[in-house]
Design a binder for this molecule. Sequence first.
Ligand SMILES: Cc1ncc(COP(=O)(O)O)c(C=O)c1O
Length: 495
Amino acid sequence: MADAQLLAEWFPDFEPKAPKMRGESVFYRNLEEQLDVRRNDRTLFTLRRNEPAPKSIDVSTLDFLGLTHSALLRQPFLDELASHPDFHLGAGGSRLLNGNNAYAELVEREIADFHVADEALLFHSGFEANVALMLAIPRPGDAIVFDELVHASMHEGMQGSVAPCKKSFKHNDVDKFREVLMEVRETQTLIKKGQRSVFIALESLYSMDGDVSPLRELVEVAKEIFPEGNAQFFVDEAHTTGVFGKQGRGYVDELGLHNEIAIRMHTFGKAMACTGAVVLCKSSVRDTLMNHARAFLYSTAPSFPMLAAIRAGYKLLKSGQTQPLQDHIQQLVKHFFRTLQENPVWDEASDEGILSIPTMEDFENRPFVTQVCPIVTRQRYTRYLCWHLQLAGYNCFPIDYPVVPRGMNRLRVVLHAHNTVAEVEGFAEAICEWAQEMLNIEERGNKGELPTAARRVIASQAELKANGRVRGEENGHVNGYENGAVNGNGVVNGH
Ligand SMILES: Cc1ncc(COP(=O)(O)O)c(C=O)c1O
């Protein structure tokens, strides 16, 4: 469980560094100046130590099925190693030179068959796969149409893409998607004539908002506007691999749309508790990636342990043993929502704008829920909520700018196969307890009054500062949170 001191260390308050670096190399000064922007914004990333807090309950990792720490996957992985006692540890080169081997091809074949795809091509990570796809697949004269919330890796790839026309559409908005497609058709003559293509990039589950793509509707619209088939879809399944579809085959499988989606990208770092990614596609796409994706061409092939872990993960999915884990997540999320709704505080807190979970809307009538539940509160409250929950023993973190747009921070909660009903009930209770405290504070109208957990963390920050012990203190930092110091009543001045 986190204590106030640990939280004070996790959320330090840095002072700018560059102004104190006169006389030092401009090389480092300029880097620090850039970092100072983040320091001033309170958006500087640092690596947290001791995370998660000992004995805390996991409500935030992307280890959806709990396989990182489970013998369920460890054993087949060890079996895989044992059945290849002479394995070569490293690949020894890129796939196109010395790094290819029968085992890598076998793993790809098995993955393609499992997902009912023609071909599979492995990458070291989902980030690399996305960059490779965005760079290599759209050709000159093509257009890329993408949901505005697609992952940073797709944006990274798009920046270097030769496709001259790149257009986003409002997140998950089918009408806006239609408008953008129509605009592309009307402004791009070769595309209209069916001589060039539209590459549509989406995610199956958007990990910051926790909602799924209205894929079926989007496919229908694309077919209607481009009946000749020159609009094709690419779906990133990073957050649905292992969690949706039969035995974890993914969201496209859940919707039965295999034949409609040209490219699927599954990653192995989340539910599969491993690393790497795979692109599922037809041979034209695979061959293009092998010839034009520099991340594939100029990178050493995956090592044997990586391939063995991926294969073990797929053997586990195929065995059916993860299906109950998927089902448990569904039940757990619904139970979480119901428990919140039944709490006497919930209605008032949501009416007052203190608590909302957008993915809860109408959840009883939806065919499935997702494991990602973003909790939205007033922007300045997000940390207070996080601190309250951390002190209550739940390991969760706010997601801030630049990961989400300014003014849209949230606490991203993820429920897992390894969470229990009792944990989820306790978690819902802790959330509502905090909401009640905030309602009381707002009712008192004492400007600057802080909730208990925030008072404790801020007091701890001040204490650490006084002792010169806060990480980053060597850089000269730490004020009370929100530009002030805590007074005896736990009120932040300047809040
Ligand atoms: C939607 C999405 N795509 C791709 C990636 C990158 O995958 P990887 O972690 O394998 O690099 C991530 C996150 O990590 C993601 O959330």
